[in-house]
Design a protein around this ligand. Sequence first.
Ligand code: GLU
Length: 397
Amino acid sequence: MSKVRVRFAPSPTGPLHLGGVRTALYDYLFAKNKGGDFVLRIEDTDTTRYVEGAEDYIMEALEWCGIIPDESPKHGGPYAPYRQSERRAIYNQYTEQILKTDYAYIAFDTPEELESIRKEYEAKGEVFAYNNYTRNRLRNSLTLPEEEVKKLLAENTPYVVRFKMPVDRILTLEDIIRGTFSVNTNTLDDKVLVKNDGMPTYHFANIIDDHEMKISHVIRGEEWLPSLGLHILLYEAMGWEAPQFAHLSLILKPEGKGKLSKRDGDKFGFPVFPLNFTDPATGSVSKGYREEGYFPEAFINFLTLLGWSPSEDKEILSLEEMIQEFDLYKVHKAGARFSKEKAEWFNQQYLQKKTNEELLPLLKDLSEVQATNLSDETLLTIISLMKERATFVKRYL
Ligand code: GLU
């Protein structure tokens, strides 16, 4: 069997949400459990959503969690570059390849033309999709005479490349966590593969890179499940073997319904990001677990158990133990409800495990403690008196 290679492929559009960190953790645990590689790839083809500092934030957050990639933009590796914006030449070559097949075509419709069709549909109470029903009345290389297409291209008319979704096919899709399910291709649209600036969209760049980087397992959030049919067909179009897929369920709000959001964090007083993040546009700061006083070991422990349980009902596990025990087949199908109390409980457990001497420098790091000029001896006495009731060094000791 070929080597297990798993990638975490975030887009640098802001700070990494808890769900993203958990995906990275599962990617890493699975790879390491199988003696494989963990790759960090930055998916930055959508320049309109790019946020300054987000890539450094992602790297720093993973490092804080103790997840060190084997290959990444920072660490390099045999399949560099690991930033999609630097891989344009690779994508160009595959754009040519897919256009030679029957799985893609060129579309000249301008954004204004598409907008007006969309409005037409809306007025009829319908939703417009560029698909096998509508593509025949739109301006593309399937409907225009060949001469006209050549002329438009020679005149440098802007165009996009679209996937030609096959008609009337039932796809049987497999997911390690969810099992087998089917999708009718008539329900899928002709997604843009290459934008009019020549850059591929997420879908195309993602499968090219997973192929080029020899990724064996794609473990990612369930929001990508509806794209699985397209991705499998893209592998077919390119004549490549597809990796195996596993889609992770959401981390849910404390009440149990809906995706955990930053607003829930603000409302109930807990962070939804691993580290503080300062929005470069507004200057507003989002709170992070690190700055709130969580130990990274406690943070990754509680996060890993949000959606996966080891065989014995053990709750306190080190990264090494999690690697030993991790099994994708035991990842829960249902969403996992976030609990602030549980997160704090984990921190408390890790705090209790530390010796007074280990806690001393952490306490001395706090400015309010420095201001007191108390001796180490006194501080150690305070620690031994307070430790048992404490949850955070920062708040109680
Ligand atoms: N760039 C995508 C994201 O940020 C990656 C999805 C995937 O793992 O395929 O969610």
